[in-house]
Design a protein around this ligand. Sequence first.
Ligand SMILES: [Zn+2]
Ligand SMILES: [Zn+2]
Length: 359
Amino acid sequence: MAFIHNVLEQPSYGWKDENGNLSKPTQGQILREFFSRLNIFKTKKNWLSFMSWMMVLTLSVFLMLFIFKYFSIKGLIIAFLYSMVVMGTHGTIWYHRYCTHGAYKFKNNFWRFFTQNLTLKIIPEEIYAISHHVHHALSDQPGDPYNAQGGFLYCFLADANHQPINRNMNEKEYQRCVTLMKHTGVSVNTYAQYQKWGSVANPFHAVVGVIANWAFWFTIFYLIGGVALGCAIFGAAGFWAVGVRTFNYEGHGKGEDKRRDGVDHNRKDMSVNQLWPGFVAGEWHNNHHLFPKSARSGFKPHQVDTAFYYIKFMSMIGAVSQYKDSKAQFIKEYITPFVKVKTEPVYCPKTGKQILVTD
Ligand SMILES: [Zn+2]
Ligand SMILES: [Zn+2]
């Protein structure tokens, strides 16, 4: 079996049924799997998923404090922008385009660290990046960790149920897994440590990294706007962490074929370009599946791409040493041929006169 088909830990209900089709678990099966995957008393190899959801739980306390104790309209606007635009765009810049697809390179490790920690750290890089390679290799097929045909809950709880790495890799396979993460700067486990902890990320470094990141940002926001601002932003980050888990279901048409002619040019999978994730985070998902290694996904004039603007800006100041931009290729392959067809003169076969084509 190819490495990429085996790099994730298979859920108890399996990826495929006996006929080779997607195994569709019931809501109860998904929930049971979820809680068993968070149970660190069952095995400490569950630590990463446990930590991830503990962070969400902790941030929800800040959200409650903001709503019931420190609420203000100004705070709500800041929270909204932070949750949607700042966290969303950062997710695209860091987890998606850098950690997974290596669409650009930093000049040095300082700028990598700077970009990594631009926002509150919530999602472990390994959970996102390794499984996302599988998502591209097996989009909308059994084994796709957030296969939209599995339903909303199948995708929503995917980070615990389907995205953690396989715990039974041999040393060679584990090293390949490490190679996928090396450029991110995440402190990785040795093979012996992996056998103990079940993850690429080193638990000690991961926990210290999150505590330092949160302490830094809370101090900054506290100094700017007191506890109220700290709660608004931390609560917003928690809101994003839950909201982002719905993206993969919607980004692949909620299990249906929602691709539109002239909008979703890629027809190899069910991904769709959606306005909201596009505008706030540069996630033009159908475009992205066409050119996954591109640092830009917004190719058309209205397709705002805030993540690309950051990468481009970083390139202008010398912090990013190179990036790939597939816009020209997209225009050449998917726009120009159709514009030509439209503007070429059409003649009536009977009269030989030119027919005016208005559309
Ligand atoms: Zn996708
Ligand atoms: Zn991708």
